[in-house]
Design a protein around this ligand. Structure first.
Ligand code: HEC
Length: 240
């Protein structure tokens, strides 16, 4: 009988496709992601169903055994047990999958970001054109107090009154890992363009750092930069 074996053939084909992609593929190339293997299995299933339902006879050959198994008519003891197991375990499996997809996890999402991505070319190697005089630093500190301290803190340590809500937090300029690692031209870029101006390596992160190029003239920005270094006790990085 060509008939009854069609469902079995389909099952064997699905297992073969799974084995080949899951275990065969890694021998010749990189392991395939499970989502891709599911896609292949799905397409194979579609192929089997299309082929199996071409005629009434083949439809019966494909679906008949499945319906008879699930319906339970004329099955012997072992087959009855197998049927019971399928009927109980399948809903449990679907339930478990759904549950584990939906259950909230305390694991933070994996984030891969470059904290200090390379600045765009036009910002590389700019020198601060404003002379480093006490008056200029003074004015920079005033501007910093007005525009930056709500987030970066009056003490330059990232502890401003508005800092709590942001992730990533506003940079702590006293920490030797922030502006002490950077050249003045780099700060000029970050202040002018803000979080939205970060390039792709800087993502994914939702930086609250504003883009200041409209509000602050370049000269003010350079003064603020001087004030940030003076106020935090750090020195800009120079390329020796
Ligand atoms: C709304 C809050 C907020 C304000 C106001 C703000 N910043 Fe920021 N700033 C941030 C956050 C958050 C970050 C960290 C994420 C990032 O680097 O984009 C940051 C980062 C920076 C960095 C990068 C430091 C590093 O190590 O890469 C500099 C420089 C900076 N801010 C300067 C300023 C200056 C100057 C002002 C005022 C003109 C200012 N910020 C105003 C939130 C703010």
């Amino acid at each position: 009988m060509r008939g009854s074996s069609l469902a079995v053939k389909g099952a064997v084909l699905l297992v073969a496709v799974f084995v080949v992609f899951k275990f065969g593929a890694p021998l010749v190339t990189a392991p395939l992601p499970m989502s891709l293997i599911w896609l292949y299995l799905f397409l194979t299933t579609v192929g089997i169903v299309v082929y199996g339902t071409l005629s009434g006879e083949s439809t019966e050959a494909l679906l008949g055994p499945i319906f008879r198994f699930l319906g339970g008519e004329g099955l012997n003891g072992v087959a009855q047990l197998a049927r019971l197991a399928v009927l109980v375990l399948f809903p449990l499996l679907v339930g478990w999958e759904t549950y584990s997809d939906l259950v909230p996890s305390s694991q933070p999402p994996a984030e891969n970001r470059t904290i200090h991505p390379a600045p765009p070319g036009e910002f590389v190697g700019l020198a601060n054109p404003v002379p480093n005089t006490p008056e200029n630093v003074m004015m920079g500190k005033g501007l910093f107090a007005a525009f930056c301290s709500p987030c970066h803190g009056p003490k330059f340590n990232g502890n401003g009154p508005a800092s709590d809500g942001f992730n990533p937090p506003p940079a702590n300029f006293v920490d030797p890992g922030t502006i002490a690692q950077l050249q003045e031209s780099y700060l000029f870029w970050r202040i002018k363009k803000g979080g939205v101006g970060l390039n792709v390596e800087g993502h994914p992160w939702k930086s609250a750092m504003p883009r200041w190029e409209v509000e602050l003239p370049d000269e003010w920005i350079w003064k603020i930069i001087m004030a940030e270094y003076a106020g935090s006790g750090q020195k800009p990085r120079t390329w020796e």
